[in-house]
Ligand binder design. Structure first.
Ligand code: DX5
Ligand code: ZN
Length: 219
């Protein structure tokens, strides 16, 4: 049976207590920590940057899955690598050259993630798939937590999963946005092996992180 990982998004955490929230996530069984970086330009919302990530790094050893929703992203990759990101995920629309930005992430020995918005086609990354460690399929328009899952993306996840099998590639398929206890099984069955979750992990069952993380892994 395939192993499902949960990457809780700290966007739904208590921002005044991020250190202890990360500790709580680790104790609750999070496989990685999803850090949503927004610049108020690429997306209409603003969150945190490298100094905060650097300070959070000392609270846990589990991987930091850093989702950069910033543009232009290329010149900032080093800052996120230095701050302690383990996976650096960028959007193709946010860079002049996806190939160069992939090389830049690799240069710092970090895992390469590329994220596709709901309206961005798989063709944009198809020829680079052998250089990518993780494809992050957005199931909401990026910018805010708590949005409704766009079910059309299930087909995109299936298509990507078929390409992965046909080409015998190893990248992770991560899905982000609006994941809850009713759609998580569909997302996993479509081919995802990592689920991002903010609202469900932090709010369901009175915030019982352990229970929520465990329930999201069921399929
Ligand atoms: C949206 C972010 C997501 C989001 C997930 O721009 O990339 O990570 O916070 O949160 P929920 O699970 O609430 O949709
Ligand atoms: Zn995200």
């Amino acid at each position: 049976m395939k192993k499902i990982k949960i990457s809780p998004s700290i966007l739904s955490a208590d921002f005044s207590q991020l250190g202890s929230e990360i500790k709580r996530l680790e104790e609750g069984g999070a496989d990685m920590i999803h850090v949503d970086v927004m610049d108020g330009h690429f997306v209409p919302n603003l969150t945190i940057g490298p100094p905060v990530i650097k300070n959070l790094r000392k609270y846990t050893n589990i991987p930091f899955d850093v989702h950069l929703m910033i543009s232009p992203v290329h010149k900032y990759i080093k800052d996120y690598a230095d701050a302690g990101a383990d996976i650096i995920t960028i959007h193709p629309e946010a860079t002049d050259s996806l190939e160069d930005s992939i090389k830049e992430i690799r240069n710092y020995k970090k895992k390469v993630g590329v994220s596709l918005n709901p309206d961005t086609k798989l063709e944009v990354i198809e020829k680079n798939l052998d250089k990518i460690d993780l494809v992050l399929i957005m199931s909401v328009h990026p910018g805010f937590g708590g949005q409704k899952f766009i079910s059309d993306v299930l087909n995109k996840i299936k298509d990507l999963s078929n390409i992965k099998k046909e080409r015998k590639l190893e990248f992770d398929i991560e899905v982000d946005g609006g994941i809850n206890f009713s759609n998580s099984k569909d997302v996993i069955n479509a081919g995802a092996n990592i689920l991002v979750s903010g609202t469900t992990v932090f709010r369901e069952n009175n915030g019982d992180l352990k229970k929520n993380i465990k329930t999201l892994k069921l399929f």
